[in-house]
Design a protein. Structure first.
Lengths: 206, 206, 206, 206
DNA sequence: TATTAACCGAGACGGTACGTCACGTCTTATT
DNA sequence: AATAAGACGTGACGTACCGTCTCGGTTAATA
């Protein structure tokens, strides 16, 4: 799932560059690229399988052979672009690290296809309860990993005590972020600072 | 939108007791009731306009005459049932009030159609950006009102200082709740206690 | 069903000029006028009961109180305008009379709402077999009356023999006219002359 | 559009034996068969796209992929069954040939789905002026072809003179037939004999 | 003169059918 | 064996128009 590939030509001009008995990496990349592009340019509403096929120059059977559903595809789209985003600052200051990370996250959501992709993914999984389970058990923890790492370092450095309510702190920061995402309200980055301040202050013993 | 009416009979036996040049309250109630019932019994997936028409003994034109979209209808369904839920405790203790309120909320979501309705509503508005705007500006503030009221009382009684970051505290508690809602994770009510503890502690000056 | 009335003002400005315990002639006329106007200006496709109500400034119950169906209304629309068209020439020459009558008829169909009205009526009755029966037994004979009269005079004057196949002659001329009407093919009036020539020639004994 | 295929099994038992990147002949045939069957058994009123889909075991998108409208479908239904009806007698006698052909036609209309189909088609095209044009320019000439052929043979054999008003004769016989069709008046086959007699007599020079 | 009954415009209602959209499956021909 | 192409059945959508019914009001004939 590296992104070190040449951009696929537009659907119609690109010839069948790879066919045969093994999975075509070009095709896979073309599909993921097209998905991200559609989401970024036209949003979730326009992200249909037909539009995807058209833009990727692929076909529906190919897509469904490798992804069991639209949600599974969206998950991969998000995770692939997430590889390019690893803002896990380590300044030694918990509050600062959280702020930098969350501000980067919100900005990245807004400035790329990532926000639209995650928003679409959350929407999509609501149709299927097993998808929700997989999402909660596997996808969500991966999203919260950076926050957890930051808190873990703060525990190590003694900024907060071991056993503090880190889990709910992560949940509240993630929840607030997602709430702003699904309500198209990612402008006020200053809210992040205030929230982080409350959380960090709240985790410290009195 | 009072709910002090007798339940409409099942779709087929209900006769046209009062329709005409004014909006029929029976029809309105039948539609909202049917919507809530479908969501509770069969979930969002089964909540189609056709199923709603069938169960309410109504018609699609009638529904679309009064609600511009499925999202608008879901909003009314939620707000109507929300009238029956007003757990705004006032014990004089901020932490206790928040815990009681949020525990009641999560329980209510799980034990009635309300959780499924809100989950569906969040999903539905993602298809339409104007719906998201209306949701963020009007619906969401109404949902956060009780939390704000609780915090306001705490300010009045001096438990927390004026000007504290109440807004982000509300946002974090709401966000965490919704995150658990959309990931089908409303079981661990103890998380509420921990979160509230962090928030209340965090709002107090050191 | 006289047309000696002032034109109704446009729907919205016309006040309730006649209401009470007897049928309102103004309302009746307004409905028939509006129907003809819609058909002439926008055609059968636009001739809906809602459009009619809007244009006539009337209401659906009023229309359905006096006409059992759209077809019945169209029949009255046609018959009312037909009162203004009675080209029954009597030159003493059968062939000439037929030509003048049919040319007038085709021209009248094209230059007024009449053609569109009849076309609509034929279409409309196809939905209801009792309407077809009434149409065949009562409406159609009234339409063929002038042709029959012309033939009857020719019999009287000895141009054709009694007992000649007048009925089928009428049927063929009517059928050809309607065929051209429903296929939007009323331009070539010269076809009339040729047809009449064949018919008149064919009715004379060899 | 050959009909040399085995009848498709009933909707539910028919398996998808051959679909894919090319148009499925089974599906096409099933649709046309179902259309004819509905028209024959229940008439134009019951001929809805939903009923057709149900009976053919097909789907609306498939139907609209191949036929732009109900009228276009009805045209194909009629033309397909018309392939089974080619009564173009050649006895050497114009009058006899015309009578045999028209009697066969009226009987065929009454005893099969054909009459109802044509009646429905005439009705249907009235909703769309481009459909009328196509109907007049292409469909109608095909229907009149047999009559023209009979007249052409009569010209060749010298029964009527070249340049006689064959076109209007065809138009009158077709018009009379259609007039009887749309007024549900196909019982009196003797009218055909009289009409043909007038026409044939009328075409001969005095 | 007051009452009553029929009619009026307005418009909401349940119902039927429409034509479109997107989905996920399946077949075909190609490489 | 994997691919692009694309037709297929399924199911839901939102709209158009129908004919019925209720509503509040007006007027003409009746009591």
């Amino acid at each position: 799932m590296t992104s070190k590939i040449e951009k696929p030509k537009s659907a119609k001009t690109r010839s069948r560059s790879s066919i045969g008995a093994v999975r075509s990496p070009q095709s896979t990349e073309a599909i993921l690229d097209a998905a991200a592009a559609i989401l970024e340019e036209h949003g979730y509403k326009a992200f249909t399988m037909d539009a995807l096929v058209e833009r990727a120059g692929s076909s529906k059977p190919t897509i469904y052979r490798w992804w069991r559903s639209k949600g599974a595809l969206l998950r991969d789209v998000y995770e692939r672009t997430a590889l390019t985003f690893v803002t896990a600052p380590d300044t030694g200051d918990l509050e600062r690290d959280l702020i930098v990370h969350l501000r980067s996250l919100w900005s990245w959501w807004r400035s790329s296809s990532a926000g639209e992709t995650l928003r679409s993914l959350i929407t999509e999984i609501q149709h299927d309860s097993t998808a929700i389970d997989e999402f909660r058990e596997a996808f969500l923890p991966r999203r919260e990993r950076t926050l957890r790492k930051i808190f873990a370092r703060a525990v190590d450095s003694g900024q907060i005590t071991e056993g503090a309510a880190v889990e709910v702190a992560v949940s509240m920061l993630t929840g607030m972020s997602w709430l702003h995402l699904v309500t198209a309200n990612l402008e006020n980055l200053d809210d992040i600072d205030k929230a982080v301040s409350v959380i960090v202050n709240g985790l410290k013993p009195r």
